[in-house]
Ligand binder design. Structure first.
Ligand code: C6P
Length: 425
């Protein structure tokens, strides 16, 4: 039995199904109440994007129906209301991740844009030829390619902390890779293809002991784990609204104030300036320096509503519930002959990846869809992870607060269909 399978079994023996009123929660998500190919929808693709509660949908509708206007520009009532709603969401986001000040919250399009912002505005001025940026073997392409582009342009090197067969970072190797040449560490908090929760507290401490700043890709952490950026002491923390019950097209860069203050703007345009002449432009204060142009006001308002929703349920209860689902799914999947789990770390959140011997994951995904079960299949934008495990792709079930053990039973039943179709049932 693998490390995770063992701990999953132990976990199931010792933890009770947490007190989350999933029936009530499900009623808040109108999209869940539908049939796909005549079967009830079982949505297990939450790591790609989660569904939205009615309160988020209502916040978007209300904003467009009553408050829509540009922000930070008008003295008229609608503009002031829109600005108020936009800045209120910034404060909610600040409190959500326990940042010290709302000016440390920068709204961007999503995690991808956020990491590009940090690479270009923080990394570019600091990196010299011969320097190193340290990432890990389980990064999403969004936390590889922006650094690769930068390193190639500057003549710096991208170094990669390896992982073991369970999908856990090799911390001793990480320590050895932290050298006097390391300028930035950028690391994923929770892996989207393996579910591994990385020991980022320890990794940040080790990097800081060598005066190396740390960027955290929090895309898969924010919906599942309580994040306190001051306790973590990370220098940057980046995440997307759409994976935590909020709208698409909006994300967050948290940065320590002194670092953000010292960084040049990422993009030039309206709202990020203090004054403009043809000779010289001076820049606005934080956070506006990094928010050029008309922002996604509705998206920010929707994110605020999503944060309210998550907090009304409570992240500790959500985490406990999803932990139970990961354990249950792991145990059930392992009863299927030919299933191999990809990602068996001891600490996991929200995600179970697997392959079925002799069946391409895309075929698994298609047959599951016929049964009403939505999972993601593919490389999950982590091709190096697929290469490491020597698989072209995996099938991935990923959980949210509204999923149930019944959903997992439906997944397992649909997997039986897959085996029937491929003649190995
Ligand atoms: N992962 C998945 O199905 P964006 O697309 O910018 O909101 O997030 C990018 C991103 C960055 N880091 C991690 C760890 C992620 O999981 C993602 C998005 C989705 O796994 C789409 S590939």
């Amino acid at each position: 039995m693998t490390g995770f399978a063992e701990s999953a079994k132990r976990g199931r023996e010792t933890t009770h199904t947490p007190a989350l009123d999933v029936g009530r929660i499900r009623r808040d998500f109108p999209i869940l109440d539908q049939r796909i190919h005549g079967k009830p929808l079982v949505y297990l693709d939450n790591a790609a994007t989660s569904q939205k509660p009615q309160s988020v949908i209502d916040a978007l509708t209300h904003y467009y129906a009553f408050d829509n206007s540009n922000v930070h520009r008008g003295v008229h009532s609608l503009s002031m209301r829109a600005t108020q709603a936009y800045e209120d969401s910034r404060k909610k986001t600040q409190r959500f991740i326990s940042a010290a000040d709302p000016s440390e919250i920068i709204f961007v399009r999503g995690t991808t844009e956020g990491i590009n912002l940090v690479a270009q505005s923080y990394g570019r001025p600091r990196l010299r030829a011969g320097d190193e940026v340290l990432i890990s073997a389980m990064e999403h392409h969004s936390n590889i390619v922006p650094w690769q582009i930068l390193c190639e342009e500057i003549g710096a090197s991208l170094r990669v902390t390896p992982m073991n067969e369970n999908g856990e970072i090799l911390i001793d190797e990480y320590e050895m890779l932290l050298t006097p040449k390391t300028r930035i560490v950028s690391i994923v908090h929770v892996s989207n293809s393996l579910g591994t929760i990385n020991p980022i507290e320890q990794m940040i401490e080790m990097a800081h002991a060598r005066q190396v700043p740390v960027v955290v890709d929090g895309a898969q952490a924010a919906p599942h784990i309580e994040v306190d950026v001051q306790k973590l002491d990370c220098d940057f923390f980046v995440f997307s609204s759409h994976k935590m019950y909020g709208p698409t097209g909006i994300g967050v860069v948290y940065g320590k104030r002194d670092l953000l203050d010292a960084m040049p703007p990422y993009q030039g345009g309206g709202d990020m300036i203090a004054s403009v002449t043809f000779e010289k432009t001076t820049y606005n204060t934080l956070p506006h320096k990094f928010e050029a142009g008309t922002p996604n006001v509705a998206g920010v308002v929707g994110l605020g509503a999503a944060i309210d929703y998550v907090q009304s349920v409570g992240l500790p209860a959500i985490a406990a519930h999803e932990h139970d689902l990961v354990n249950y799914a792991t145990e059930k999947l392992l009863t299927i002959d030919g299933v191999r789990l990809i990602g068996t770390a001891k600490r996991k959140a929200g995600i179970v990846s697997f392959v079925l011997e002799g069946v391409h994951p895309h075929d698994v995904g298609t047959i599951l869809d016929n049964e009403g079960v939505a999972i993601r299949t593919g490389h999950h934008c982590t091709q190096p992870v697929m290469d490491f495990f020597k698989v072209p792709a995996t099938s991935r079930a990923s959980f949210a607060m509204y999923n149930t053990r019944d959903d997992i039973d439906a997944l397992i039943a649909a997997m039986t269909k897959v085996k029937e179709v491929f003649g190995n049932g």
